[in-house]
Design a protein around this ligand. Structure first.
Ligand SMILES: Cc1cc2nc3c(=O)[nH]c(=O)nc-3n(C[C@H](O)[C@H](O)[C@H](O)COP(=O)(O)OP(=O)(O)OC[C@H]3O[C@@H](n4cnc5c(N)ncnc54)[C@H](O)[C@@H]3O)c2cc1C
Length: 307
């Protein structure tokens, strides 16, 4: 279960007692406040707090541009200009604080994004729940033969069933031993000391769920989303990034549209690639052999320009 009954009651109570504020409010974001968006089999993201909206980005930018922004006629134009020119600090004026429940192996990828503030559930103080990520059969795939860092065809039939069974049994056996080590009594009821929580957790597999609060500014969140909502990111972190994208689209719709256009939808071309585009536009036949690019570069270039 992604949320406990206590957490649900807490969310309802908080949503039932809104407080007036003079701060900038994003109507789209207010609808998300505290609500959990379920991700994977037991995970979620939920917005705990936020600061700023599209206007806050514009406001901050106008401090630096002052009266000089006359050529940028509206807020959308200014935000798109900032995004296009990698003028990042105005986006740092907006912040978001999320409560995230995620498998430990996803957390290991997520934590690599250093430009955020994190506070994680402590398995030294608390006992972890018996909640493990077990992939949906659609996601139970073989090693990709073209991408060392990816998956290929979905496992089928008896092999899929065997793998799922192993995942479930291993997780449950590890958790049974976790509980047995923590317990003040042995299986036969006789007393034992019980291993410390900080040690007993060490045999738990990486698909157990953890939770954290994660606070990040919009500039660094966009960086995270560009990498983790991308098709090359592992599915299990991508679904979290996709869920966050939906929230951000409601929070700062203009900035998110600019991000989608320039970062998610755009592409960076090398000097050689731009030269090839120029030659192509002049009608020259350009191939990988005469492009000056490696096979890998050419494949990626074709992925951008080939129609
Ligand atoms: C598809 C994919 C595959 C990956 N594979 C691997 C892998 O095989 N092995 C592996 O170890 N990692 C891997 N990573 C993680 C990756 O290398 C980055 O660590 C991760 O994406 C975080 O990116 P970041 O450092 O830009 O983000 P952040 O830590 O949020 O940093 C944002 C930006 O701030 C700046 N910055 C932050 N901290 C510093 C610092 N201390 N010094 C200088 N500049 C800093 C940098 O400009 C950085 O780009 C992978 C990531 C992706 C998306």
């Amino acid at each position: 279960m992604p949320l406990t009954d206590d957490q649900r009651a807490e969310i309802e109570a908080t949503r039932a007692t809104p407080k007036p504020t003079l701060r900038a409010v994003s109507e789209g974001m207010e609808a998300h406040m505290y609500r959990a968006h379920e991700v994977l089999d037991h995970g979620f993201i939920r917005v705990i707090d936020y600061m700023g909206d599209d206007t806050a980005i514009v406001q901050a930018a106008r401090v630096s541009y002052g009266a000089g922004t006359k050529h940028v006629s509206n807020d959308e134009g200014l935000i798109r200009y900032l995004m296009r020119h990698w003028h990042s600090t105005p986006f740092e004026m907006c912040e978001i604080k999320l409560h995230v429940k995620l498998p430990v192996f996803v957390a290991r990828q997520w934590i690599r994004h250093r430009t955020a503030n994190v506070n994680e559930y402590s398995a030294r103080y608390s006992i972890l729940d018996r909640e493990f990520y077990i992939p949906h059969p659609d996601q139970l795939a073989a090693q990709s033969v073209v991408n060392n860092q990816g998956r290929g065809a979905v496992l089928e039939g008896e092999e899929a069933a065997r793998v799922l069974d192993m995942l479930k049994r291993d997780a449950n056996t590890a958790y049974d031993h976790y509980e047995a080590m923590l317990s003040p009594t042995q299986a036969d009821g006789s007393p034992q000391q019980g291993l410390a929580r900080e040690l007993a957790r060490m045999n738990l597999p990486a698909n157990i769920y953890t939770q954290w609060y994660w606070k990040v500014d919009l500039h660094n969140l966009f960086h995270f989303l560009r990498l983790r909502a991308d098709a090359h990111a592992q599915y299990e972190i991508r679904v979290y990034a996709d869920a966050i994208c939906k929230v951000v689209a409601d929070w700062v719709p203009i900035a998110f549209a600019a991000f989608e256009d320039y970062r998610m939808g755009g592409a960076t071309l090398s000097g050689k690639a731009i030269e090839c585009v120029r030659r192509m536009l002049k009608g020259e036949e350009v191939t990988q052999e005469n492009s000056g690019m490696s096979k890998g570069e050419w494949r990626e270039f074709m992925g951008v320009v080939d129609v």
